[in-house]
Design a protein around this ligand. Structure first.
Ligand code: SPQ
Length: 430
């Protein structure tokens, strides 16, 4: 476990940052590149630990994947070219790797075993193992296949029409990936729209996807063709510096080439609704994904309610939104976010416990939290990421505002999604 001393009472963050590649898109680019026919090159691939776990799993299934600087080359085998792995597939800390991989493995005629770290072992997998069993996959594991270690024997799967009880891109994607290998049309209907990177990337690889309201369908037995993917900057990583720019006095930050997929931009809506100055420039579209530069400066903020449809559009940003709310005038209420309990940590508990240590006025509710803004200065303490990258980065930004020294335990978790985070923070401090 690493303990890192953090900057405190920073007098403004200024400058420009190239935000590293999007984690969700980097995972999918490896997966689609592997199951497509031909050679795929990925530019601005995120070299975070989670995405490296995805590469490792596909290499163990016989896919040749070469890494150079910030590009990755994949020699796709087509779906039927994946090989039964001799070794156990290690998904590390990554829920996306586990769940999407299960979708692919459901249709492969061989046996595989999946393990991950301590955090993955606590995350529920029956949200994907149950529908994949309905499609015909044979899956077992701890507690009837709800937790890792898991073993799966795939084979001939059948199409289903699945009504998901949760808005989850991982559930939707796992079923669509299994559907690609099944006879007939597979559909998934969600209660709210979740991120749609799988749908967009399927189109980029020449596949067909039909979207009607909250239902997404794919027809099985489609061939995917290699394509060159440029990964946009990750808006979930950008969110830490967007919030820092809004709450740290004397700040102005520009974040380049950030993904602006509308299923992910809830953070921009929240910042604007609270009164922050966020501007967007240089908008373009790459591989069906909108991209642009974001600029933010220190702003006067007011508390708001965040609930309903917007929650899946900002689910991973809630830890940093909680910090944002501590600096706003008035109360912020976050509701309908029970999904936070099944992330890398229970993010309702870890956000509330660590921000409370700093003196924030914050309380947990059953499906979210209430934050009473500007109710006192934050004070430096020793805090803990508990192995959760997003909690670690939120606390490092909080430290920029605290009086007194701050130390972050388990700071190494940040490398899961943003290995250059501290380097970028230092460059903005100047
Ligand atoms: O991959 P993992 O560990 O699940 O990562 C997280 C994160 O904070 O980086 C969640 F803990 O992001 C998920 C996100 O919450 C990534 C993701 C995806 O790429 O499809 C979808 C979301 O999860 P879900 O459960 O809503 O589908």
């Amino acid at each position: 476990m690493k303990k890192k001393q953090l900057f405190t009472m920073v007098n403004g963050l200024t400058g420009t940052i190239d935000i590293p590649g999007d984690k969700s898109i980097s995972h999918r680019a490896i997966m689609f590149g592997s199951i497509a026919n031909g050679n795929t090159t990925i530019t601005n691939f995120l070299e975070g630990e989670d995405c490296l776990s995805t590469i490792d799993c596909f290499r163990k299934m016989g896919v040749e994947i070469k890494r150079n600087e910030d590009t990755v080359e994949i020699f796709g085998t087509g779906l039927s070219g994946l090989k039964e792995p001799v070794e156990i597939l290690n998904v590390g800390n990554s829920g996306t790797t586990t769940r999407l991989l299960l979708g692919i493995l459901a249709g492969t005629p061989f046996h595989s075993c999946l393990i991950g770290d301590e955090s993955i072992a606590k995350r529920p997998m029956n949200r994907v193992t149950n529908p994949l069993r309905q499609m015909g996959a044979s899956i077992d594991g701890r507690e009837q296949g709800n937790f890792t270690p898991l073993s799966i024997r795939g084979g001939k799967t059948k199409a289903i029409a699945y009504k998901s009880p949760v808005a989850s891109a991982q559930v939707k994607s796992a079923i669509l990936l299994a559907g690609l290998q099944s006879e007939g049309t597979t559909s998934v209907t969600e209660p709210h729209k979740s991120r749609d990177h799988t749908e967009r990337m399927l189109r980029a690889f020449g596949g067909e996807v039909v979207e009607a309201g909250l239902t997404v369908s794919v027809t099985g037995k489609q061939e995917l063709h290699a394509v060159n993917i440029i990964v946009p900057g990750d808006i979930s990583s950008a969110a830490f510096f967007l919030v820092a720019g809004a709450i740290i006095p004397n700040s102005r930050i520009t974040l380049k080439k950030v993904g602006l997929n509308p299923t992910r931009t809830g953070i921009i809506d929240v910042l604007r609704n609270m009164g922050a100055n966020v501007s967007i420039s240089n908008e373009t579209i790459e591989n069906f994904e909108p991209v642009g530069d974001l600029t933010i400066s220190t702003s006067a903020l007011t508390g708001i309610e965040i609930s309903g449809d917007i929650i899946p559009r900002l689910i991973d940003e809630i830890p940093i939104i909680a910090l944002l709310a501590t600096q706003a005038n008035g109360k912020t209420v976050i509701k309908d976010a029970g999904e936070l309990k099944v992330k890398e940590t229970n993010r309702i508990d870890t956000v509330v416990s660590e921000l409370s240590k700093l003196g924030a006025s914050i309380e947990s509710t059953d499906d979210g939290m209430i934050i009473y803004g500007q109710s006192g200065k934050l004070t430096g303490k020793t805090v803990n990421s508990y192995g959760d990258h997003r909690i670690g980065m939120m606390l490092a930004i909080a430290a920029c505002l605290t009086e007194g020294p701050m130390a972050l335990e388990n700071s190494e978790a940040i490398a899961v999604s943003y290995p250059s985070f501290f380097e970028h923070l230092e460059s903005l401090i100047g």
